[in-house]
Design a protein around this ligand. Structure first.
Ligand code: HEC
Length: 102
């Protein structure tokens, strides 16, 4: 019986931490990326001016999550680098969020 409760607690914590991670990726996006990449991944007027594409553009859609992690970490042209500003874990979650956006 004791073990059963322990297992239930484990499952609950895992499910909850998953939800928190999803929430924080959305918040991070809102705080750090939305200004240029728009609410739903359609580049804002500022983003467009700087050269950002919509996330549902075929060129972006074919990028892997690893490509997005690299661009977000190191930056590209006018896209700022987030190395040192966000943790690797946060960047990975953002990349997943971006992939799921279109
Ligand atoms: C100051 C504006 C700005 C901010 C803030 C910004 N980006 Fe970008 N981003 C750009 C620009 C401009 C490009 C196009 C770079 C190029 O010339 O290839 C770009 C490109 C990208 C690309 C490649 C696809 C594309 O649109 O060309 C991804 C993915 C991306 N950004 C993710 C992010 C994420 C994730 C964040 C938040 C952590 C973020 N960006 C924040 C300006 C920005």
């Amino acid at each position: 019986m004791k073990y059963y409760r322990l297992i239930v607690i484990c499952i609950l914590t895992t499910a909850l931490s998953g939800m928190v991670a999803a929430q924080s990726a959305a918040d991070l996006y809102k705080g750090k990326c939305q200004g240029c990449h728009g609410v739903d991944g359609h580049a804002s007027p500022i983003g467009k001016k700087l050269g950002a594409k919509d996330f549902n553009d075929p060129d972006v859609a074919k990028m892997s999550q690893a490509d997005i992690v690299r661009i977000t970490t190191e930056g590209r042209n006018r896209m700022p680098a987030y190395k040192g500003k966000l943790t690797e874990q946060q960047i990975r979650e953002l990349a997943k969020y971006v992939k799921e956006m279109k």
